[in-house]
Design a protein around this ligand. Structure first.
Ligand code: EPU
Length: 329
């Protein structure tokens, strides 16, 4: 048995029957050829978006493919090819140091590059799909395939790689197209406010501002086990939103422009009375209700029990079903 405690930021004490890491595509293909990739298997990244509810009776796979390689450069843009096992924020720091624009708003998001491309991480007006050009993969039969961005079915916290039938496709490298000239994405009020503390805007300043906002709002997994936003922000038809809006005029919202409106789950949870409340060893974080935390020694089932209670409360009050964003295993 192999402990998964260092591989999940929720801090759930479970084990896997087998655990295998690989550091290159040839090494992965070698493992496949010699029959070492047995089913069932689960490919993980940094474990920052996972909730284990039991020991995993199978093989847990993890990529340690590293490297940040410049594969194309023009006067205005660069393309970087990055190993799936690179820590996401190490990549962001590298880009900021080199003066490459496009990922700074995604500073301090936990996890690794491969998983970032699977779940289309996003924050402060930027999603990783905005800068991805191609995703290289190897499947369980050792077949390689490159997916262009357009083929990846990117949407809010979604991609082709999240679908159940693609669980046997492993990301090896992700290519990003980034700018060499200043273009900032500052439409988020919280970001603009934070930047008022600085004499001028620059790439390192934007990174620092994002880091400071996140540190204030989101719990450090070293202190409280968590997986960031536990729920996705729900999207409702405009008519439903109008009815809610009449009753709750202060409800924040984001009009998607296609007849649908996105509502912050954090606000719904707060208004349902769950912000800061606990159920056994699990709690709703008191500074951001979208985040569930492990108060210490929680089992996956304790977190799920809290999640169910929060969902039921939101459903009862608003008739909206908020769905977990975290992968529950
Ligand atoms: N809000 C509340 N109460 C709360 C939390 C939020 O009323 O407890 C309200 C805020 O006042 C604001 C609105 O909800 O009006 C939105 O809040 P915030 O800007 O904090 O963002 P979010 O929608 O709650 C999303 C992402 C985060 C990302 C932030 C910033 C999802 C599921 N979450 O949260 O992503 O960092 O925007 O862009 O889309 C993650 O995925 O793990 C994550 C942390």
């Amino acid at each position: 048995m192999h402990s998964l405690l260092p591989h999940n930021t929720f801090g759930i004490d479970v084990s896997a029957a087998r655990f295998v890491e690989y550091a290159s595509v040839p090494e992965l293909k070698g493992l496949i050829a010699q029959g070492s990739i047995t089913t069932p298997f689960l490919h993980i990244g940094g474990g920052s978006n996972l909730l284990f509810t039991a020991d995993y009776d199978g093989l847990v796979l993890h990529s340690r493919i590293g490297g940040i390689e410049l594969t194309d450069e023009t006067a205005d843009k660069v393309t970087l090819r990055v190993g799936a096992g690179v820590v996401w924020d190490d990549f962001v720091r590298h880009c900021v140091e080199q003066g490459y624009y496009g990922v700074e708003n995604l500073s301090l998001i936990p996890g690794e590059v491969g998983a970032a491309a699977v779940q289309n991480i996003g924050a402060y007006g930027v999603e990783v799909k905005d800068v991805i050009t191609a995703v290289e993969t190897v499947n369980i039969r050792g077949k390689e395939r490159v997916y262009l961005r357009e083929e990846c079915e990117y949407a809010y916290r979604h991609s082709l790689f999240k679908r159940a039938e693609n669980k046997d496709t492993f990301i090896s490298y992700v290519s990003f197209r980034l700018g060499k000239h200043p273009v900032y994405r500052l439409e988020y009020g919280a970001v603009r406010q934070e930047l008022e503390h600085y004499p001028e805007v620059s790439l390192p300043v934007v990174r620092q501002a994002i880091i400071d906002i996140r540190r204030r709002k989101l719990p450090d997994p070293a202190e409280w086990g968590n997986a960031g936003s536990f729920f996705m922000n729900p999207v409702v038809p405009r008519a439903q939103w109008e009815a809610l809006q009449a009753e709750y005029p202060d409800m924040p919202h984001y009009d998607l422009g296609d007849g649908r409106v996105k509502i912050p789950a954090g606000w719904l949870i707060e208004r349902s009375g769950w912000k800061g409340r606990s159920l056994g060893p699990a709690a709703v974080y008191d500074k951001q209700a979208l985040v569930l935390i492990n108060l210490g020694g929680a089992k996956g089932s304790d977190i799920v029990a809290l999640s169910d209670a929060v969902r039921a409360a939101v459903r009862q009050k608003f008739d909206i079903d908020i769905r977990p964003e975290v992968n529950i295993i």
